[in-house]
Design a protein around this ligand. Structure first.
Ligand code: ATP
Ligand code: MG
Length: 309
């Protein structure tokens, strides 16, 4: 759905985006992570056709961002990292304005505006002035604006920045709705736990360069040298630990401080159930069997340590 091929942007001597290549498939929620000045906004602006690349290229939904910007804009909803000033404009007028700019026919607009207002929980605010809204509401309105032409791809530059915890959760829930609607989403953020709940893929950028991109689970498994399984047992815990350590697709097994067995699994993805079956068949009382949640924060710190500094 989105493909970057050696995408590059320079500002004078500074290479803000340096030979960036990765792919985002249809329906992916891709978290674009990196410190201040990493090149996230510059990359997103190039994908939104607002900046032209100095090297390489990119396609969105099969359209080239340089050769066919109109086609790209038609299928992309872009949420910038700041909200402009809109004097004397009511919420519905603001949305009507953008719908018109995206050439949504006038008779269709009222229904469409009602739908996006409902989705972003702003129906009650329709007659209020944009500039009088709180920051959280403005951010939701900005998201509503990116949806008026029903784009397949959403490019969201820090949609939750500067929001209080409740407003952040509201934005996250809204984004989860959009994931369910099968939109392809690229979202940049500094706030890693937010992305881990939302995204199936991540890309980490630092100093304009891609440090790593891929599936959140696979990346963390690679880093841990395998997937971590946490198993709680009702009996024969030490014996189970030895049983697991000898199991072919378990790299290591040890007893954790809280009495659970912690294993590193390096077998085939999706085959973890065979371990549960083997334990039960061997007569162990398994009380819980889980994968350790991916901690994106730890991942990020491990990957970006030292790079670019
Ligand atoms: N118009 C511009 N002219 C000159 N330099 C620029 C311009 N826009 C961005 N830069 C520089 O390019 C680099 C990347 O900036 P960019 O805004 O893409 O980073 P970012 O990852 O979005 O950072 P942040 O997390 O702070 O939003 C920075 O060093 C920035 O100063
Ligand atoms: Mg930015």
């Amino acid at each position: 759905m989105i493909e970057l091929r050696g995408l590059t942007k320079r500002f004078g001597n500074l290479v803000a985006v340096n030979d960036l290549s990765f792919r985002i498939e249809r329906g992916d929620a891709f978290g674009f992570v990196g410190p201040n000045g990493a090149g996230k906004t510059t990359t997103i602006k190039m994908l939104a056709t607002l900046l032209s690349p100095d090297g390489g290229g990119a396609n969105v939904n099969g359209h080239d961002v340089v050769k066919d910007p109109e086609a790209v804009r038609a299928c992309v909803g872009y949420m910038p990292d700041f909200f402009g000033v809109y004097d004397d404009m009511k919420v519905w007028e603001y949305l009507d304005f953008f719908a018109a700019a995206y050439r949504v026919p006038a008779p269709k607009r009222p229904d469409l505006i009602r739908d996006v207002l409902e989705l972003t929980d702003l129906s009650e605010r329709s007659e209020e002035y944009v500039d009088a809204l709180s920051r959280g509401m403005k951010q939701r309105l900005c998201l509503a604006k990116t949806l008026v032409h029903d784009p397949e791809v959403l490019l969201l530059d820090e949609p939750a920045s500067g929001l209080d915890p409740r407003a952040r959760i509201e934005i996250r829930e809204l984004l989860q709705e959009l994931v369910k609607m099968d939109k392809t989403i690229l979202i940049s953020s500094h706030i890693l736990p937010e992305l881990s709940e939302l995204c199936n893929k991540i890309g980490i950028i630092e100093g304009g360069k891609l440090v790593l991109a891929g599936d959140v689970k696979e990346i963390s498994a690679q880093l841990a040298g395998g997937l971590r399984l946490i198993i709680r047992l009702g009996n024969r815990i030490e014996e189970a630990c030895g049983f697991l350590a000898d199991y072919p697709s378990i790299a290591s097994a040890q007893l954790g401080e809280d009495g659970a067995v912690e294993c590193v699994y390096n077998g085939a993805e999706g085959d973890q159930h065979s371990i549960l079956t083997a334990l039960v068949q061997a007569g162990f009382q398994v009380q819980s069997f889980s994968e350790e949640a991916t901690n994106l924060e730890t991942l990020y710190m491990r990957l970006t340590r030292g790079v670019g500094s």
